[in-house]
Design a protein around this ligand. Structure first.
Ligand SMILES: [Cu+2]
Length: 157
């Protein structure tokens, strides 16, 4: 019985490797209001070909755009990224608060901490990748990319 179960599981494994060699880690999203949200993640490209994140789709929002932040007259503003986010060969890109992010416009359902949301990343020539992000509105901003930080309670920003 046990070997049969393992064999059945093994046939499902190829589904996880549809895209290139890209791996996505630490995908989470935040929603500060019922209408919009933003998703963040780290995308690793250990392969030898450059990839481009050209679009993100999900049924969680009516419209999804790739955004970045830039300073304009001393004020940080969001701007839509044209063409996509490059993920050079052998490197990683961090989508993070205050930087590049996946913008969710017109949420189709309410999101609570711990909810899981499926996204499809369109990586152009590198194929597509399924990602599951968890809703986490409690995440500390300044150290999000570094994982748990024992001093997070003392950061004033
Ligand atoms: Cu945005």
């Amino acid at each position: 019985m046990k070997s049969m179960t393992l064999a059945a599981a093994a046939t499902l494994l190829p589904l996880a490797g549809l895209a290139a060699d890209l791996t996505v880690e630490d995908a989470y999203l935040r929603s500060a209001n019922p209408m919009t949200g933003a998703a963040f993640m780290r995308i690793d490209n250990p392969g030898e070909a450059a990839c481009m994140l050209t679009a993100v789709t999900s049924d969680v929002a009516e419209r999804i755009e790739l955004h970045t932040h830039e300073e304009e007259d001393g004020v940080m503003r969001m701007r839509r990224i044209e063409g996509g986010i490059a993920i050079p060969a052998g490197s990683a890109v961090q989508l993070d608060r205050g930087g590049d992010h996946v913008m969710l416009l017109g949420l189709t359902r309410s999101l609570a901490d711990g909810d899981r949301v499926a996204f499809q990343l369109d990586l152009g020539d590198c194929g597509t990748q399924e990602v599951e992000a968890v809703v986490d509105n409690t995440r500390d901003a300044s150290h999000a990319a570094e994982g748990a930080d024992p001093h997070a309670d003392h950061s004033g920003h």
